[in-house]
Design a protein around this ligand. Structure first.
Ligand code: SF4
Ligand code: SF4
Length: 117
């Protein structure tokens, strides 16, 4: 017991003085979902994979509906997206109360083509 006490007195603390000091986020940390709308084809794969029902594809309005409060950052949608339009980035999500759907507009194919000309 005494051995461990003495050892711990001289050891660097495991904690940091947050918010003055911050730890680096690990590369594989599942933080936020990011969608590249130019790559999205509104194929529904992400919606079908999402067990939390946090994502809906609104083909009529060319939009992806995403509810951050429902998303558990499992990454299933990212793995299933055939065009690699979805990414999960290691930035932690902010806390909040907003339970509404976030509407992410996806440009129509004609718009995407026009931009390329
Ligand atoms: S799986 Fe990818 S391409 Fe398909 S709707 Fe979702 S984000 Fe768009
Ligand atoms: S990360 Fe998981 S919970 Fe969040 S939208 Fe994708 S599949 Fe749904």
């Amino acid at each position: 017991m005494l051995k461990y006490t003495i050892k711990n007195i001289f050891k660097k603390p495991s904690t940091v003085k947050y918010p003055y000091e911050k730890r680096d986020t690990p590369d594989d940390f599942r933080g936020q979902i990011v969608i590249d709308v130019d790559k999205c084809t509104l194929c529904h794969f992400c919606e079908m994979q999402c067990a939390a029902n946090a994502i809906e594809i609104d083909k009529e309005n060319n939009a992806i509906k995403y509810k951050i409060m429902k998303c558990i950052a499992c990454g299933e949608c990212v793995d299933e997206c055939p065009t690699e339009a979805m990414k999960i980035v290691p930035q932690p999500r902010k806390s909040g109360y907003d339970k509404s759907w976030k509407i992410i507009k996806v440009p129509r194919l004609e718009e995407k083509l026009e931009r390329k000309v």
